[in-house]
Design a protein around this ligand. Structure first.
Ligand code: E4P
Length: 301
């Protein structure tokens, strides 16, 4: 499994590269905004991106800023030709760039197809369902990025939880626990009614509500979203690589690795979370304290 760093912060990239653990970088306009704001807005963007590319030992995803087919193609060509001499540029295209769910519905897919035909590598971004992933792969995306954390947020939102109030952004979503809760809720609903046929169960509104709330069209978590996409791509030998994105904690990284995803892109704080363990800290303190003099002398030459 490859690990990409999900950031546009050059200090974080430089640090992670020197630790030898990252194989690429993914950016998006929000991450670039954060990096620029951290530097109080004073960034020569072109030089800054050149440096990121030169530092990174693998693909760096840069996103277009428009939503219409012609403009996205133009921007992708510009980004690719302007920066490719500095590193491995991949262009991020939203799988569906419609701002209202009506207009420009197919512009993302058309752009992916066009760029793939010109051998410009594309990372299909904002993928929230296996169905979108299939279309992105069919259109020729080299990478497909399902947003795991945002699906976990979406499901928690559906049951009335609010980020910041009921859970933190980096908090693991325990979807296995919630699946058990779902079964218990259905059982409770059924036992409180006088339902005598499977048809009545199927048509009962409370049951319908219970089975639709804790998932997004049958996908009960971000991890399940990625698992479904990886399974489908393997079933059909799709060439697109899956980048598990919108990762919020180390446990998600482990679960993505268990699924066998190609790449996980992680924020810098998740790298730290992957590395640290209280028992490791305790252990190293003991080892440092326990060094006896005869052993220390070996190193004192
Ligand atoms: C993916 O490449 C995106 O840049 C990113 O993972 C989105 O993460 P977020 O949902 O935490 O903003």
């Amino acid at each position: 499994m490859k690990i990409f760093l999900d950031t546009a912060d050059i200090d974080e990239i430089s640090f992670a590269v020197s630790a030898g653990v990252i194989d690429g970088v993914t950016t998006n306009p929000s991450l670039i905004k954060q990096a620029v704001e951290k530097r109080s807005g004073s960034v020569n963007m072109e030089e800054y991106i050149e440096k990121i590319l030169e530092l990174t030992p693998g693909p760096v995803s840069l996103e277009v800023i428009s939503v219409e087919f012609e403009k996205m193609v133009e921007e992708a060509r510009l980004l690719h030709s302007r920066f490719r001499k500095h590193g491995n540029v991949v262009i991020k295209i939203p799988v569906c760039s419609s701002l209202d769910g009506v207009n420009n519905l197919y512009d993302g897919l058309k752009t992916i197809r066009k760029l793939a035909g010109e051998s410009i590598p594309v990372n299909a971004t904002l993928v929230m369902s296996p169905e979108q992933a299939i279309l992105a792969a069919k259109a020729g995306a080299m990478y497909v990025s399902p947003f795991a954390g945002r699906i976990d947020d979406y499901i928690r939102d559906k049951i009335g939880m609010r980020r910041g109030r009921d859970y933190q952004k980096s908090e693991y979503y325990n979807f296995n626990l919630m699946k058990n809760v779902e079964s218990l809720m259905i059982e409770k609903t059924l036992s409180s009614k006088n339902i005598s046929s499977p048809k009545e169960v199927y048509l009962d509104n409370e049951v319908k509500d219970a089975v639709s709330k804790l998932n997004d069209n049958g996908i009960s978590s971000g991890v399940e979203l990625v698992k479904s996409i990886v399974t489908i791509f393997r079933n059909y030998g799709f060439k697109s690589q899956v980048i598990a994105s919108s990762i919020r904690n180390a446990r998600q990284v482990r679960e993505m690795a268990e699924i066998g995803v190609d790449i996980v892109t992680v924020p810098f704080y998740v790298l730290k979370e992957m590395l640290t363990h209280s028992k490791t800290i305790e252990g190293i303190n003991d080892f440092v304290k326990d060094v006896v003099e005869p052993y220390r002398k070996i190193f004192a030459r």
